[in-house]
Design a protein around this ligand. Structure first.
Ligand SMILES: *[C@@H]1O[C@H](CO)[C@@H](O)[C@H](O)[C@H]1NC(C)=O
Ligand SMILES: *[C@@H]1O[C@H](CO)[C@@H](O)[C@H](O)[C@H]1NC(C)=O
Ligand SMILES: *[C@@H]1O[C@H](CO)[C@@H](O)[C@H](O)[C@H]1NC(C)=O
Ligand SMILES: *[C@@H]1O[C@H](CO)[C@@H](O)[C@H](O)[C@H]1NC(C)=O
Ligand SMILES: *[C@@H]1O[C@H](CO)[C@@H](O)[C@H](O)[C@H]1NC(C)=O
Ligand SMILES: *[C@@H]1O[C@H](CO)[C@@H](O)[C@H](O)[C@H]1NC(C)=O
Ligand SMILES: *[C@@H]1O[C@H](CO)[C@@H](O)[C@H](O)[C@H]1NC(C)=O
Ligand SMILES: *[C@@H]1O[C@H](CO)[C@@H](O)[C@H](O)[C@H]1NC(C)=O
Ligand SMILES: *[C@@H]1O[C@H](CO)[C@@H](O)[C@H](O)[C@H]1NC(C)=O
Ligand SMILES: *[C@@H]1O[C@H](CO)[C@@H](O)[C@H](O)[C@H]1NC(C)=O
Ligand SMILES: *[C@@H]1O[C@H](CO)[C@@H](O)[C@H](O)[C@H]1NC(C)=O
Length: 580
């Protein structure tokens, strides 16, 4: 039944990942959005001729670690994770004590200048008051070679009571930084000169534009073209009213005149499936054609089910001399400028964004660059092929579960969890689990994880048996439970079938249909016996700033358990993108 339903869905919704590049309309191309599906919000992209005509895109990572993924492409279609800017705890130790589901790394800006890659971003403690300067930690990372994670520097801090900071170099080599002042305090885009090597600021922050009156003017970038400084920002908040607006001035400090055609791109007040279009960046390809990237949410205007959160979309932009840039509207299928020729010759360690996972954690291998923890991994909680357990990933249980104390703070010991981004509307994710719990409330399993306050879990947990005997009063149960900001299904607690205990189990999550996940389990060596234990709506994990991760966890749920869980045969397969 499950099988036939999926076949049906694949038939209807699966489309090829890459259309042929060229269509007969004057050499223009056709392509699909999103270009970076899944949790890849607040994109910033550049084209670097000096690095073999490569495009580089950065996106926000909030509390996830490694953080600030960099994807590279030579053809704007095949995007490869080449590494993560934030890949060592010493680069930004504060991430360990990040407090809040919307805290962590917000909105990076990537730029290349004089042989150096700069990544300017903000580490936000979102539970602190907006006018509390300690809420906003603005930082600069630099690298000479972004394909080499160790090339990225430690954070260089600079003082700005705001976020979404972005660097700009004028023709006279003066370096500026532009950012969004904490809007609860005093709305506006502020500009300063900065020493990007030290974080020293040149003068006071100057308010240069307040936008067109929309909520939260933010995400600013400056471009110079035809004698004008163009200041492009986002307004409306990162929900259904999100939009991109632009102003220009002959002087970098203003006054800035607003484009009469603002907003230049938005899907607000439309019925489009791609909503919340905003937070954009612009760049030119080798043929001097302009392109824009923005974030968008595949939710439709009802905005209820969008577990992958804010994703990165691409649009052609027409920008004639002396005129304002004109964006194409964002949708699932686009046409516009010719794409660069297909070229997948890209270095770096991570996978292409559309690649499936088939991980066996072989001895001597490392955890791949696209797997994520929630904040830093603690101690030896994650070990590839530990002694006596080849081809497994060993998880040591954290005392606290995925929610922890208050759903905001990690707590000492963190949460033992490792996952990957959900990157397809329809997918199948499975992993084999060898876990023999001994102590009450010891638990290991699989999760759809959005934040500590939004996750859906299926685990095996040791609980008292109603049929307690003198020798054994604890037995393993399957336990399904969810936590969200909307009502959740009742937990399901069911004994693991007696002939499944002491065996390796396959644990599986699927996008069961357009609105629901299914959670299944069965013996790894008898998969025909797989049973679906629960269904859960994707709406439970459609919230806030992040996007869903699919992964595994181990916890003692506050108890004394220390039993390790061994995971193997980690598989993820995309089964179709919904684009309209
Ligand atoms: C995290 O933020 C919440 C909400 O403001 C607060 O109650 C809690 O004490 C904070 N936790 C830590 C460890 O700072
Ligand atoms: C940061 O700047 C604010 C004003 O913009 C100032 O009040 C504060 O003292 C500065 N903090 C540091 C550490 O320089
Ligand atoms: C932005 O608005 C503030 C008041 O909210 C005002 O003081 C400031 O002058 C405005 N800035 C610009 C550049 O118009
Ligand atoms: C969408 O419609 C609302 C209500 O009419 C309006 O306030 C808002 O400005 C519109 N947004 C855009 C981007 O057009
Ligand atoms: C984008 O769509 C809007 C209607 O939602 C339309 O008015 C506008 O002309 C379109 N823009 C382009 C460049 O096609
Ligand atoms: C090709 O795409 C560009 C960018 O969207 C557009 O301005 C132009 O009109 C298109 N040309 C044709 C022939 O469709
Ligand atoms: C996790 O632990 C907290 C605190 O011990 C508890 O309140 C919560 O019910 C547990 N469950 C989940 C699903 O997080
Ligand atoms: C407890 O025993 C009853 C009666 O034998 C049986 O129906 C039930 O399945 C048992 N429960 C468990 C959790 O083993
Ligand atoms: C487990 O027991 C069920 C019936 O309770 C049976 O159908 C199944 O074949 C058994 N599985 C194995 C692997 O022995
Ligand atoms: C998806 O499946 C769930 C569980 O069977 C069901 O409740 C829901 O209505 C289905 N949604 C759609 C769009 O078919
Ligand atoms: C953990 O162990 C301590 C010491 O043996 C004991 O007092 C406590 O009750 C145990 N906690 C749980 C939740 O079992």
């Amino acid at each position: 039944m499950i099988f036939t339903t999926l076949i049906f869905l694949i038939f209807w919704f699966s489309v090829p990942e890459c259309l042929g590049n060229s269509l007969p309309n004057g050499g223009n191309s056709s392509f699909y959005n999103p270009i970076l599906p899944g949790f890849h919000p607040d994109p910033s992209c550049i084209f670097v001729k000096e690095w073999d005509n490569t495009f580089f895109c950065a996106s926000s990572s909030f509390n996830a670690f490694p953080g600030i993924p960099i994807h590279a492409s030579k053809d704007l279609q095949n995007w490869k994770l080449i590494g993560n800017v934030l890949n060592r705890p010493e680069q930004l130790p504060e991430l360990a004590v990040s407090n809040g589901s919307t805290s962590g790394i917000w909105a990076p800006s990537i730029r290349y200048h004089d042989g150096i890659f700069y990544l300017v971003t903000t580490f936000v403690q979102d539970k602190r008051a907006a006018d509390d300067a300690s809420r906003w930690d603005n930082i600069i990372f630099q690298a000479k070679n972004p394909f080499e994670p160790s090339s990225w520097s430690n954070a260089i801090h600079f003082n700005f009571t705001g976020y979404d900071t972005s660097p700009y170099w004028d023709e006279d080599e003066t370096a500026y930084v532009v950012g969004s002042h904490a809007y609860h305090v005093s709305a506006g885009i502020h500009l300063n000169t900065v020493n990007l090597e030290t974080g020293d600021l040149g003068s006071d922050w100057i308010d240069i534009w307040n936008g067109t009156g929309g909520l939260a003017p933010e995400g600013p970038h400056i471009y110079k073209k035809d004698g004008y400084y163009y200041l492009m920002i986002a307004e409306g908040g990162t929900g259904l009213n999100h939009m991109v607006t632009i102003a220009r001035s002959k002087n970098i400090y203003g006054p800035y005149g607003s484009n009469p055609a603002n907003p230049i791109v938005t899907n607000a007040n439309t019925s489009a499936y791609f909503q919340t279009v905003g937070h954009a960046d612009l760049f030119q390809d080798a043929s001097s054609n302009w392109w824009g990237v923005a974030l968008s949410t595949r939710s439709g205007p009802d905005y209820l089910t969008y577990p992958m959160g804010r994703e990165t979309v691409l649009a052609p932009v027409t920008w004639e001399t002396g005129k304002w840039p004109i964006w194409s509207n964002v949708s699932g299928q686009m046409s516009g400028w010719p794409l660069p020729p297909t070229d997948t010759g890209i270095g770096g360690s991570g996978p292409f964004i559309t690649a499936p996972d088939d991980l066996d954690f072989a001895p001597g291998t490392e955890i791949p660059a696209h797997l994520l923890y929630w904040r830093f991994p603690v101690g030896d909680s994650y070990t590839v092929s530990s002694p006596g357990h080849p081809n497994t990933l060993r998880l040591k249980p954290s005392k606290l579960n995925l929610t922890a104390y208050d759903g905001n703070y990690g707590g000492p010991g963190g949460q033992t969890f490792i996952g990957r981004r959900q990157t397809d509307s329809l997918f199948s994710y499975s992993v084999n689990m060898d876990f023999l719990p001994q102590v009450e409330e010891e638990e290991a399993g699989i999760s759809v994880f959005l934040t500590q306050n939004h996750h859906i879990d299926l685990g095996v947990v040791m609980l008292p048996s109603p049929n307690a005997t003198m020798t054994s009063n604890l037995i393993p149960y399957f336990r399904f439970r969810a936590i969200s900001s909307i009502p959740v299904p009742d937990p399901i607690v069911a004994p693991v079938p007696s002939n499944w205990t002491n065996r390796v189990l396959t644990m599986e999550i699927k996008a069961f249909n357009l609105t629901h996940y299914s959670f299944s389990a069965g013996p790894a060596d008898a998969q025909s016996q797989m049973q679906t234990i629960a269904y859960a709506p994707g709406a439970l994990v459609s919230w806030g700033f992040t996007g869903t991760l699919l992964g595994i966890y181990a916890t003692s749920n506050g108890g004394n358990g220390t039993t390790d869980a061994y995971f193997s045969s980690w598989k993820y397969t995309g089964q179709g993108q919904i684009r309209n």
